[in-house]
Design a protein around this ligand. Structure first.
Ligand SMILES: Cc1cc2nc3c(=O)[nH]c(=O)nc-3n(C[C@H](O)[C@H](O)[C@H](O)COP(=O)(O)O)c2cc1C
Length: 391
């Protein structure tokens, strides 16, 4: 797939993988992106997952014909990108492998060889001239592994962005926002500060095209993609709206939040609901970051909170979730315990405000609960970010 006269896509689409990174459903598949820059010198930008190795090698052969690549640039050692380094290095023994010090430490761990004959170590700001094309290396530690390194190609003003700006799904730019949100927040979300640092470096560059390691090449509306990364990395919501996430054993908590959702919608609020027992947590994490207010409602369970809610909260905590107004609702028949358990997980998170009142349902929604909902609705409508959204 030709991107420009001198830049060719040689990556692979994977539509048969069940779970990405062992946990994320990918109904639209995923791509392992790899690119070839053709100039006086030839550079291959990253390799692919073992699953796509054979097709990828054929793609490279089709582009290179009888030519030999001069460089393999390794931006990330995670196996969905780095797994085919060794096979390529054996096929082209004269090819230099370009990475930073941390890249080669990891390479030795994965392949048990130090690639001494091929190793070419670069650091922040170093450049590699291919002819007209000139690669400038930008270290991006923890976006999302420590060795991550982006390359800015100065001639065509292209950022090879490693996993940043990547997405689940294939090359459809229409799907980018939804699936890139789920990809970024679940996979890279914890490292907002490090993403901010790289965004600052990117601001100094004239970027006309972004070539990520997953999903489509981005060559228009780049400001919009970068804007999303700014919000996500600052843990700021994108939209005014109420996410209701519920975990209900027998359905009474679900009935209660359906009633509450209806009342909120009557007040003109945008409400999005997720049944935690039936929705993969990665979708809920993405929406929790998207909207400015959350309602968490759960059955009590063995002196704690029902497991699907506990799972969501642990996922949010591990992704540094912060800056939100949250309402808590519990249901218990003999000793309601969900709010205490939810609070214990939420407590260490930064800038989380619990909206009053918290509501305890005893088996089914009571008139007292309905009155409490009326007060809670006021708190919810007064909460959120209002004008601060989309800074
Ligand atoms: C395995 C199990 C453990 C439970 N543990 C508690 C508990 O610790 N405290 C409590 O008050 N209710 C407990 N319950 C009862 C439910 O939380 C309670 O019936 C609640 O009303 C269920 O709401 P739901 O209809 O939304 O699932 C438990 C129920 C089950 C099945």
């Amino acid at each position: 797939m030709k991107i420009t006269d001198s830049l060719v896509y040689v990556g692979v689409e994977d539509k048969t993988l069940d779970l990405f990174e062992g946990q994320y459903p990918i109904p639209n598949g995923v791509t392992y992106n790899s690119y070839v820059i053709l100039d006086d010198k030839i550079a291959i930008m990253d390799t692919v997952d073992k699953r796509g190795q054979d097709i990828w090698l054929k793609n490279i052969e089709a582009v290179l014909k009888d030519k030999i690549p001069d460089y393999l640039v390794v931006s990330h050692m995670e196996p969905d990108h780095g797994a085919s380094i060794q096979i390529l290095s054996e096929k082209y023994p004269s090819m230099k492998i370009v990475g930073n010090v941390k890249t080669f430490t990891m390479m030795e761990q994965f392949f048990h060889t130090d690639f001494i004959q091929q190793k070419m170590i670069v650091k922040e700001g170093d450049t590699l001239c291919l002819g007209k094309h000139n690669l400038q290396f930008i270290m991006a530690p923890m976006v999302h592994w420590p060795e991550v390194m982006m390359s800015y190609e100065q001639h065509e003003k292209t950022l090879f962005s490693a996993d940043a700006f990547g997405t689940f799904g294939s090359f459809d730019q229409e799907l980018w926002e939804e699936e890139a949100r789920r990809y970024y927040l679940n996979i890279v979300g914890k490292y907002g500060l490090q993403v901010q640092n790289v965004l600052k470096k990117a601001k100094m560059l004239d970027i006309q095209m972004i070539c990520p390691l997953h999903g489509p090449v981005l060559n228009n509306h780049l400001d919009e993609y970068i804007h999303h990364y700014c919000l996500w990395s600052q843990y700021q919501p994108e939209e005014s709206g109420v996410l209701i996430a519920y975990a209900s054993i027998h359905g009474n908590t679900k009935d209660a939040v359906m009633y509450l959702a209806h009342l909120l919608e009557m007040q003109g609020e945008t409400v999005v609901m997720h049944d935690l027992c039936r929705t993969d947590v990665s979708y809920v994490v993405a929406d929790a970051f998207r909207y400015d207010r959350l309602i968490l409602a759960s059955s009590s369970y063995d002196g704690g909170v029902f497991c699907p809610m506990e799972t969501l909260l642990h996922h949010l905590k591990s992704k540094n979730f912060q800056n939100r107004d949250i309402a808590l609702i519990e249901n218990g028949t003999w000793a309601p315990s969900a709010i205490k358990a939810m609070n214990e997980i939420l407590e260490p998170m930064k800038n989380i405000h619990i909206m009053e009142p918290t509501v305890t349902i005893r088996s089914t929604l009571s008139e007292k609960n309905k009155a409490e909902f009326q007060i809670l609705i006021k708190s919810i409508m007064e909460g959120g970010c209002k004008d601060e959204i989309c800074v």
